[in-house]
Design a binder for this molecule. Structure first.
Ligand SMILES: Cc1ncc(COP(=O)(O)O)c(C=O)c1O
Length: 416
């Protein structure tokens, strides 16, 4: 596996030349959102300066081109995650929106009083609350499978919870706090054997590793462009074709209708059926450019790069002796993505993030929209998190380690 030419890649990201507090920017918050290469910025600018027109509705060249580019973006997205057909790719705003669309469109007619829905203890709020609200509306039960070693889904508990015959099992492909990569294929098979459908939250995997949705066999999947070099406000809901065909859209109007009278409506064909109103055309085109950029590097190489830099960071942090790292250990890199949540003994994570900021280093601190995991499972009010992507290098990790020395100094921490 060839190494990434990170210095070459960095040249494509204009923002990495920015300074923060007089220091060279070290961006370690890609799990929240990634930076954008100029190829993506150019694709959006070219749309606006060259062929800005609504899709589907025009018979003129610019509208035909914007329609073709919009569709091409879906073809690229479908191939990236091996979704089968581009018609199984519904564009929406982001992962959160995608899960809500599934919970509303599929969930409303299919979840009944007393039914069970199963999630896990490592879910992002986006994969908890839509199901919680659905369960509340329907009088259904929301179960959650626990974790072992505060890191991995407890497969015994998962199996036990499947005995309630949930109609939907929704879980993350990778935790944005622990970095844990779940065994999505195995969990999907177990859920299917129990009679459930599966929604897979790929927000933290689609940007970082090869994904094969056909092989995993999940029924729905969700991910966001902005975490994978693309623009904000565009995301993917993938659904198996027959499921999307059977499902009635929850948000309706505009181009997703084939014909309508005052007492009848026929839905448009897939995937337009689920896209109401004028979509985020420039976002989709920028997202297409992002996928092309990722393809140009290769998802295998991206995964290897992140594994390597995460391992390096974990080792360096462990050497300090006063840093607690959450999630799978350095011996479990196969099950770990490029996210490291940590706490410095005696320091509040918000102080840590602020001191990092004074050194030009962008990290995140808080509950990371996973309060049940952070508060109840990890028993913390907050954790600091650094997360890596294609433009990060060892030097960034070294600066983060140096910043921890500054944390110790500023907060006058005593090492035991
Ligand atoms: C695992 C996971 N799921 C869902 C989301 C929500 O993504 P978005 O804010 O793009 O909707 C995130 C965002 O951090 C995430 O990490």
């Amino acid at each position: 596996m060839s190494e990434l030419d990170v210095e070459r890649i960095r040249e494509d990201f204009p923002i990495l030349r920015a300074r923060q507090n007089g220091k060279e920017l070290v961006y370690l918050d890609s799990a929240a959102t990634s930076q954008k290469p100029r190829q993506v910025i150019d694709a959006v600018t070219n749309f606006y300066t060259g062929y800005n027109a609504n899709i589907h509705r025009g018979m003129y060249d610019m509208s035909i081109k914007s329609t073709e580019e919009y569709q091409r973006s879906k073809e690229l997205a479908a191939r990236l995650v091996n979704a089968g057909s581009w018609t199984d790719i519904v564009y929406c705003r982001n992962t959160t929106d995608a899960i809500n669309i599934a919970a509303l469109s599929w969930g409303e007619p299919n979840i009944k009083k007393g039914d069970h829905i199963l999630i896990t203890d490592m879910e992002h709020h986006s994969n908890i609350v839509p199901w919680m609200m659905l369960a509340r509306r329907k009088g259904a039960v929301l179960d959650h499978a626990g974790l072992v070693d505060k890191s991995f889904v407890d497969m015994d508990d998962f199996e036990r919870k499947l005995e309630s015959k949930p109609k939907m099992v929704a879980f993350t492909h990778a935790s944005n706090v622990l970095g844990t990569i779940t065994d999505a294929k195995k969990m999907t098979k177990m859920a299917h054997d129990a009679g459930a459908l599966v929604l897979l939250d790929c927000a933290q995997t689609a940007p970082h590793m090869p994904i094969n949705l056909k092989d995993i066999d999940c029924d729905f999947a969700a991910f966001s462009s902005h975490k994978m070099l693309g623009p904000s406000g565009i995301g993917v809901l993938y659904g198996k074709e027959d499921l999307l065909e059977q499902t009635t859209p929850a948000i309706v109007g505009s181009d997703m209708i084939r014909s309508v009278s005052f007492d009848h409506v026929d839905w448009n064909e897939l995937p337009w059926k689920f896209e109401s109103g004028t979509p985020n055309i420039e976002g989709a085109i920028g997202f297409g450019a992002a996928v092309e950029y990722l393809n140009g590097i290769g998802m295998d190489r991206i995964r290897e790069h992140e594994k390597e830099i995460t391992q390096y960071a974990m080792k360096r942090l462990a050497e300090l002796g006063n840093v607690k790292i959450y999630g799978p250990g350095v011996d479990r890199m196969e099950s770990r993505g490029g996210v490291i949540s940590f706490n410095v003994t005696g320091a509040h994570p918000h102080d840590v993030a602020q001191i990092f900021n004074s050194e030009g280093i962008a990290i995140r601190a808080g509950h990371h929209c996973a309060m049940p995991l952070v508060n109840q499972v990890l028993d913390e009010t907050a954790v600091s998190r650094m997360s890596f992507y294609i433009y990060n290098r060892h030097e960034d990790v070294d600066k983060a380690v140096d910043a921890i020395a500054k944390v110790e100094k500023v907060l006058r921490l005593k090492k035991s």
